[in-house]
Design a protein around this ligand. Sequence first.
Ligand SMILES: Nc1ncnc2c1ncn2[C@@H]1O[C@H](COP(=O)(O)OP(=O)(O)O)[C@@H](O)[C@H]1O
Ligand SMILES: [Mg+2]
Length: 210
Amino acid sequence: MIILKNVLKKYNNDDVISYNDLKIDRGDFISIIGPSGSGKSTLIDLIAKLKTCSSGEITIFDKSINAYDDKRSIQLFRKEIGIMSSSSSLLSVLNIQDNILLPLIIHDENIINSNFEHIISKLNLKNLLDKTSADLSSGERQRVLLARAMVLKPKILIADEPTANLDLYNSKQLVNFLRYLNDELKTTIIVATHDDIVSSISKRIYELEK
Ligand SMILES: Nc1ncnc2c1ncn2[C@@H]1O[C@H](COP(=O)(O)OP(=O)(O)O)[C@@H](O)[C@H]1O
Ligand SMILES: [Mg+2]
């Protein structure tokens, strides 16, 4: 489903991050771990097509990530892959419900075919829908970002430190949701995390070294 081959990322300041080859199958749940600065977020952004590799190749759904280059195929890519990256944020001018529904508008999808109702109940978001992001705690905001990433029922979820800044209760709630996505919806999950609760429920660990 996702293949990394000889992937290297160079930044302008001559930082070079090289990634071991990796094959992620449908239904996998993989935790990317490693010390701060080892390249976890960079890898998330590469797979999410938010950054490009300096060399090597990433293949997703049997197609090179670089081949998703026209409007139609990029749209398909975005629809099939839910992203919760370190740069994901909520729009302050929309209420929480509309923030979660935003992907439906972008992709011209009907709420009836979406995962909206189901996700709202699973993530316990009913009471937040009329609020705005300024009214939420960080735990609530993380749950909303996850809901938005999953509302189009993507085949793959890519998340960067989804439990960062959360207390134990909120982390466990979020982790239970990841487990549900992987077990019940068969969502393929890739998370960068330094949270043992997350890595302990994943099926595989991909470790980066500094
Ligand atoms: N936009 C950027 N420009 C230059 N260097 C970057 C940029 N983003 C990340 N880096 C560098 O790449 C390395 C890996 O960073 P990152 O992927 O954020 O690691 P992690 O998420 O594991 O903490 C670090 O040395 C960081 O300084
Ligand atoms: Mg990071």
